[in-house]
Design a protein around this ligand. Structure first.
Ligand SMILES: [Zn+2]
Length: 344
């Protein structure tokens, strides 16, 4: 009773329901406290099984807002198959407007495969990977840059699983209709939701849909279209639910981060001034920004230069930076053939 994770979900029941994953965790205010993670189910017979989640990191809002709206708006009669929706997956982090849970400092996207007897975040990760992801064909985990980071809006997959599954993941990623698609190299044992989905036998899709701890009309539109497009591509829905149909998007540019040389890190306390923004095309040797030292006004600001060419994919939003903070990252444009050739 004082550990584990329990729920009363019936995965065979048609219709629409709102339930909770409950994680007992005794706290000062409440000895019998349970972390309650809302879980929405919509089912209409057999068919594709899709899990949509947001709030893996608490301060990334496009998915959180849109998945709630999707659940309210979607009539089970309009779908085929089943949807499981977790709009605020790491609920304590969402309620604290933080990336990680304040209960245990748990970063859900670094907590997989989790621990059934661990902290609340570890127990949640364990349940997701071993029980919930395994019940679905596709897992779509919606992220953004969060409070501290601006991010190029891009879909994301990890290079996971056999070549045919990677090819299907690339196909579904293109179907999202995003301007960029990023193929991450995190390895089969990675602590991320995408690696967890692969270990559970599902296709994992993700993406960075905004940043800065806020949403904009543009990021909401892009994210709504991506959700609609995915549901139509896998055959759950026949028409958009969240957005009016859009003109066909421009072809997706695929990107890769595969070297630590693609990031520029602070090596000491400093104040970061970028001179380029996300989306800029840059060459190795170009100026990325300046690191000021407000404690040493006699010392000139340090020039930070890119070591690799490509497209700026993310940058730190907080000017005040510590040693170890990633200030800016550049991704390498790639072709699909290169990615598939490396997987074969
Ligand atoms: Zn995130």
């Amino acid at each position: 009773m004082h550990t584990g994770l329990y729920h009363a979900l019936d995965f065979t029941k048609d219709g629409k329901s709102l339930d909770f994953l409950a994680i007992p965790f005794s706290i000062d205010r409440s000895p019998y406290y349970q972390v309650k993670v809302p879980v929405c189910r919509i089912r209409n017979g057999d068919g594709p099984r899709v899990l949509l989640m947001a709030g893996n990191h608490g301060d990334e809002y496009e998915g959180e807002l849109l998945l709630g709206r999707l659940f309210r708006r979607l009539d089970p009669a309009r779908i085929r198959g089943e949807l499981t929706i977790l709009p605020v997956a790491n609920a304590p982090a969402v309620m604290a407007a933080r990336r990680r849970s304040p209960l245990d400092d748990g970063n859900l996207n670094r907590a997989f495969p989790g621990d059934a007897g661990g902290t609340p975040t570890a127990r949640l990760a364990h349940f997701l990977e071993h029980e919930l992801f395994a019940r679905h064909d596709v897992v779509f985990d919606i992220h953004s840059g969060g409070t501290s980071m601006a991010h190029l809006p891009c879909a994301l997959i990890e290079r996971q699983g056999p070549p045919d599954r990677l090819a299907r993941a690339l196909e579904l990623m293109r179907a999202l209709g995003m301007p960029y698609g990023f193929v991450a190299e995190n390895g089969a044992l990675a602590p991320t939701s995408m690696a967890a989905a692969a270990r559970a036998g599902a296709i994992g899709l993700s993406g960075e849909f905004g940043g800065g701890g806020t949403v904009t009309p543009d990021t909401m539109r892009l994210t709504a279209r991506a959700i609609d497009n995915l549901l139509m591509a896998v055959g759950v829905t026949q028409e958009p639910i969240l957005e009016a149909p859009a003109a066909a998007p421009a072809p997706m540019q695929l990107l890769q981060l595969d070297s630590h040389r693609q990031g520029i890190y602070a090596l000491r306390r400093g104040w970061f001034e970028p001179v380029v923004d996300v989306g800029a095309r840059v060459a190795a040797g170009d100026l990325a920004g300046w690191l000021h030292d407000l404690t040493r006004l006699d010392v000139p600001e340090e020039a930070l230069r890119f070591r690799e060419s490509g497209i700026v994919i993310s940058r730190r939003l907080h000017t005040d930076s510590e040693a170890g903070d990633c200030l800016i990252q550049v991704a390498r444009p790639v072709e699909e053939a290169d990615i598939l050739a490396r997987a074969a």
